[in-house]
Design a protein around this ligand. Structure first.
Ligand code: GDP
Ligand code: MG
Length: 437
């Protein structure tokens, strides 16, 4: 939603007469509908903006303020945000939704989030027995990300395995149990009955409905049905990244009457965000979301380690080993695109930048290959490379790079370290300076 929406809002011209307000409201309405916002939600939103703008006095500033207020009001369904822990652990969560909506991926993302950011002991239970590959998929996610899983390859009954999983979690003092369930391509009696039986058997604290934001209005209708049958406690909207129109995020809580709890914003394990209405509104309006960014980085970056690195940078001692370590830290933050969208003013630049993929960037692959071919001494002392052509030749050979490439990368690395030293301890560079670094 953000990009088109933001552009549209920027283009809105508003004089101080009612005719011009009507035109602006029409323009807003058109864009909201185009972004797949539910028509009932659009109607209510437009009404609120109209009344408020008139009350405050017709003009662009008041119009924008009214829009901001109306957006946050619409986004606030009764209920909670983020994850709520039961007072009596383990907190039991059923992950429900249609096939392909992102249940399994989100189960792993949520487990990772609770483990990494909240330091909880989390168990995932593989209770999707519909598809052969479902258990395997969750197993792989568990293995790749160091998460705990309960499964039984010979299990026949999903309700039974869910029950056993919860019992196991109680015995082993887990804080949270996330039950991944089966989906169908569409709502179906058999599926609903299974979920209702599971609900009775495990008495979950939360039932999350996982919705694919790309399915637009259908996501809202299905969510309503799941809510009627299961009395869900929250919605997680996935695939809220890329070219998603995303208007569903604006209307789903409003239409279903249950709060949106998390947003899935990419395929990587860290691409999950707590849904906080005001922050989303400021991101929609292009004001950035520094709070989310700070929260994310704080939890990931070890303060002691960060201080050590800063000191090294100030002394000009930043080396290849530090670089690789920092790279691993950044990876934990999720996709670069999502991080950028949280920085004020950077939202509009995203299209040009595309998604910088640290893992698959050619340059970073080269640096990694280079570091792998270095001796420990060389890793911690980039000067050794500068001083010795034979070292550079050896490293180039080991890394499958040309000597010229190794020379270039090492020179760049030293320049970057110099630049960092210059800025360390000084004022934070402005965007222009950063872009020119
Ligand atoms: P399930 O059938 O509901 O368990 O769905 P899966 O978890 O298997 O996900 C289906 C597909 O959607 C997979 O290819 C996931 O990688 C992808 N997916 C899930 N969540 C997101 C998301 O937030 N963003 C993107 N881009 N892809 C997602
Ligand atoms: Mg699945």
């Amino acid at each position: 939603i953000s990009e088109g929406f933001r552009n549209a809002i920027n283009k809105i011209k508003l004089k101080d007469d009612e005719k011009s307000l009507k035109k602006a409201l029409d323009e807003l309405k058109k864009n909201l509908l185009k972004a797949d916002v539910h028509f009932k939600t659009v109607k209510e939103l437009i009404k609120k903006v109209e009344v408020e703008t008139k009350r405050k006095g017709i003009g662009k500033a008041n119009f924008l303020m009214a829009l901001e207020d109306a957006l946050s009001e619409i986004l606030k369904a009764p209920g909670n945000f983020g994850f709520i822990f039961s007072t009596k652990p383990p907190t039991v969560v059923m992950m429900t939704g249609l096939q392909g909506s992102g249940k399994t991926t989100t189960t792993a993302k949520l487990a990772y989030y609770l483990k990494t950011f909240k330091k909880k002991k989390v168990l995932m239970v593989a209770a999707d027995l519909q598809r052969l590959a479902a258990v395997e998929q969750l197993k792989q996610l568990a293995e790749a990300n160091g998460l705990d899983i309960y499964y039984d390859e010979n299990a026949k009954d999903a309700v039974e395995i869910a029950k056993k999983g919860v019992e196991f979690a109680k015995e082993k003092f887990y804080d949270v149990v996330l039950i991944d369930t089966a989906g169908r391509l569409a709502i179906d009696e058999e599926l609903m009955n299974e979920l209702v039986r599971m609900k009775e058997a495990v008495k979950p604290d939360e039932i999350f409905y996982v919705a694919d934001s790309l399915t637009g209005k259908d996501a809202i209708n299905t969510a309503k049905t799941f809510n009627e049958k299961l009395d869900i406690t929250g919605v997680i909207l996935t695939k809220y990244d890329g070219d998603s129109k995303g208007g569903v995020a604006l209307s789903i809580a409003h239409q279903v009457g249950k709060p949106l709890r998390f947003l899935g914003t990419g395929e990587k394990i860290a691409d999950l965000e707590v849904f906080i209405p005001d922050r989303i509104v400021s991101r929609l309006l292009g004001a950035g979301d520094i709070e989310s960014l700070v929260e994310k980085t704080n939890a990931i970056i070890d303060e002691k380690e960060a201080k050590k690195i800063s000191k090294k940078i100030r002394k000009g001692e930043f080396n290849y080993e530090d670089f690789i370590k920092q790279l691993e830290q950044i990876k934990k933050l999720g996709s670069m695109k999502n991080l950028l969208s949280m920085i004020p003013g950077m939202g509009g630049m995203l299209k040009q930048l595309g998604d910088i993929d640290l893992e698959n960037s050619d340059e970073i692959k080269k640096i990694k290959a280079m570091v792998a071919s270095m001796t420990p001494k060389e890793r911690t002392n980039p000067k050794l490379l500068k001083e010795s052509a034979s070292r550079r030749r050896r490293i180039a050979q080991g890394a499958g790079l040309s000597v010229q490439e190794v020379n270039r990368i090492n020179k760049q690395f030293q320049n970057a370290a110099k630049m960092a030293k210059k800025f360390a301890g000084k004022k934070i560079p402005n965007m222009n300076e950063i872009m020119n670094m």
